[in-house]
Design a protein around this ligand. Structure first.
Ligand SMILES: [Zn+2]
Length: 90
């Protein structure tokens, strides 16, 4: 049995749930640590005319929603597992 992980913004109570489930907690922790850089990358990609707006970034074969990191730049992000997710919903 494997657990999948999400990243939640504890300020906005919004989460990013990878489409196919992310089962590598350390990768998610790494994404949280890189949140400022990911937000900056999103800004660069969306303002650089050399990039198509439909670009996609994958890390460890997982699509990364950079707009989530941009929207929640400077907010408190943390990794939660599917059981935390269930608790947050009640
Ligand atoms: Zn937020």
């Amino acid at each position: 049995m494997s657990t999948s992980y999400d990243i939640v913004c504890t300020d906005c109570r919004e989460s990013w749930n990878p489409e196919h489930g992310m089962r590598r907690e350390r990768v998610m922790e790494g994404l949280v640590e890189m949140a400022p850089q990911l937000a900056a990358l999103y800004q660069s990609l969306t303002t650089n005319e050399n990039f198509d707006p439909d670009y996609e970034l994958s890390i460890s074969f997982q699509y990364v929603d950079l707009s989530f990191f941009s929207k929640h730049a400077g907010h408190r992000l943390k990794v939660i597992d599917e059981y935390d997710r269930a608790r947050e919903c009640d």
